[in-house]
Design a protein around this ligand. Structure first.
Ligand SMILES: [Zn+2]
Length: 323
């Protein structure tokens, strides 16, 4: 992946991951210009991207749960909050997305605990386990980060009892019990940036909206996010040498293949991402010496695809690394 960025950006990202989703909104940037999305107002484009990343991220986090040092309570819902948008955009965003002053459920992953509990996109969250969300908001320094904070709050709830969510739908309040599932603790967020990049800081994965648009299907997106999650699972940090860094990248490729397979995605479809990115990119190696040529990576990932098991193992053999 764009893990050439891993080194440089990882440190600054430690603080920025919570910021990433919000930064996206605060910038108010148009999330891109790709074909099918063209013509839709940017808040709706962004919602579409959030939905895709929510599903891919949740399925991968589930698949990675046995490998992660820290697990969290997974709900399969993604939250959004009006305070994350620029003030000038809020009236339009409210109208387009039906947002109130409460955090809103932006996406509910199919088959997830949230969907099983009956939650729907557009529901407002009023209280979590009896704690009013507006009280939680009042405790926050930065309202722009509130959706992110609340997502972490849900992830931190005990797994032995359902999370009781009070929601508001069309002005009617009701109580919903969400029976969570264990997921790998990793905050998967969108960063509004037209560049094609994804990276991890060891706590979460940030994916640019440009990358989400570049991917033609969720198999491609899953292989890319799976690679980043692979780094996170084995806690890759600073490498002492270029060869160690390349080894980390090779391993993340293999783990990405395993995780996306166990999350139910198709490897061959996913690999098309790398084949397309390879086209016309002659200068790649000079920019990015830590990764092998993309053809070589695709060959290795295909080879891994012939003996996949679920749940996946985090053990990757270092032998047979010939280019
Ligand atoms: Zn990488």
């Amino acid at each position: 992946m764009q893990c050439k960025d891993f080194y440089v950006r990882a440190r600054s990202l430690v603080a920025a991951l919570g910021f990433a989703l919000v930064g996206a909104f605060v910038l108010g940037a148009v999330p891109g210009k790709a074909g099918a999305e063209e013509g839709r107002p940017w808040p709706l484009q962004l919602r579409g991207q959030m939905e895709r990343l929510a599903e891919v991220g949740f399925r991968l986090q589930r698949a990675a749960a046995p490998l992660c040092r820290e697990q969290a309570s997974g709900t399969g819902i993604v939250l959004d909050f009006i305070g994350a948008y620029q003030e000038k955009d809020r009236p339009a965003v409210s109208a387009l997305l039906g947002m109130s002053q409460l955090p809103q459920i932006a996406a509910v992953v199919e088959g997830s605990p949230g969907e099983k509990a009956g939650l729907m996109p557009g529901d407002d969250v009023v209280a979590v386990n009896g704690k009013p969300v507006l009280e939680l908001l009042a405790e926050q320094k930065d309202a722009a980060l509130f959706a992110d904070f609340l997502a972490g709050y849900l992830a931190d709830q005990a797994r032995d009892t359902p999370i009781m969510l009070q929601i508001s739908r069309d002005g009617r309040r009701s109580m919903v019990a969400v029976v969570t599932v264990p997921v790998c603790r990793a905050n998967v967020v969108i960063k509004t940036d037209s560049g094609v990049s994804a990276y991890t800081d060891g706590k979460g994965v940030a994916v640019s909206s440009g990358l989400i648009e570049f991917t033609r299907n969720d198999d491609e997106l899953a292989l890319v996010v799976g690679h980043e999650l692979g780094h996170l699972v084995v806690e890759d940090g600073d490498a002492r040498s270029l060869s160690e860094r390349r080894w980390m990248e090779d391993r993340a490729d293999i783990l990405g293949v395993r995780l996306s397979h166990c999350a139910g995605y198709d490897l061959e479809q996913g690999l098309q991402y790398w084949l397309r990115r390879d086209a016309g990119d002659w200068l790649r190696w000079f920019r990015d010496p830590t990764h092998r040529s993309r053809k070589s990576r695709v060959r290795r990932m295909r080879a891994e695809g012939s003996h996949l098991l679920c749940p996946p193992s985090a053990q990757v053999s270092r032998v047979g690394r010939a280019n």
